[in-house]
Design a protein around this ligand. Structure first.
Ligand SMILES: C[S@@+](CC[C@H](N)C(=O)[O-])C[C@H]1O[C@@H](n2cnc3c(N)ncnc32)[C@H](O)[C@@H]1O
Length: 206
């Protein structure tokens, strides 16, 4: 099954993360998962940190579910809404810190291509574009906030797809989610210009 890469136009949004290799790796993983996702029959899907909105727009275009996107950068929320409209679909865009304002156990699908670069902790509190990549110590200061709360936001059948960098330490991530009875599997990886990127899929142990 094919997942169409959405059209987007960020000319009016210079402070929004331009889709890059990590974004396209996530799209490739979603294409690979499309059969699984259709069979899951999700009611609600969310992309955290949607940036241009290409990933959630791609999902919204082929799944019959209500799609949401959050971003800490208000310009990214605007860009995501525009990308959805450009591709004749609908995504509810909310300027929010991660996903903490949603009610619990709502989402069947969560996507997150987080700021994952290892940086000084102070950098994660910057504004605009630096928020797109600065991941603080181990590159997981933002990611871990979501990983430690998956059980509160996913439905029992829910899945989360996340972009991870090798330096983020997959073994530690696996132990972290295992504490809350989640399993993780690598469903795709790619080496790009000195970076080794992975897509992890998290789901509840049954
Ligand atoms: C690596 S970019 C990914 C953008 C887009 N999802 C993609 O794949 O091209 C990370 C995004 O997360 C957003 N972000 C960073 N910290 C966030 C937070 N605490 N809550 C919500 N969004 C956040 C950034 O503004 C940025 O748009």
């Amino acid at each position: 099954m094919l997942l169409k890469t959405p059209q987007y136009d960020l000319r009016g949004h210079p402070e929004v993360y331009e889709p890059s290799e990590d974004s396209f790796l996530l799209l490739d993983a979603l294409e690979q998962e499309l059969g699984f996702l259709e069979a899951l029959e999700p009611l609600f899907a969310l992309e955290i940190g949607s940036g241009s909105g290409v990933a959630i727009t791609a999902l919204a275009s082929c799944l019959k579910c209500e799609c949401f996107a959050t971003d800490i950068n208000p310009d990214a929320c605007e860009a995501t809404a525009e990308t959805a409209a450009l591709n004749r679909t609908r995504v509810n865009c909310i300027n929010m810190d991660l996903l903490f304002n949603f009610r619990e156990n709502l989402f069947d699908v969560i996507l997150f291509n987080p700021p994952y670069v290892v940086t000084d902790s102070a950098e994660i509190r910057g504004c605009g574009l630096s928020r797109a990549w600065a991941g603080g110590c181990t590159g997981r200061e933002i990611t871990d906030q979501v990983l430690c709360n998956l059980q509160n936001f996913l439905t029992p059948k829910g899945v989360c797809y996340m972009v991870i960098l090798k330096e983020n330490n997959i073994d530690e991530i696996t132990s972290l989610v295992r504490k809350n009875n989640f399993r993780s599997e690598v469903i795709k990886d790619r080496k790009i210009r000195g970076e080794h990127l992975f897509i992890l899929k998290f789901s509840k142990n049954v």
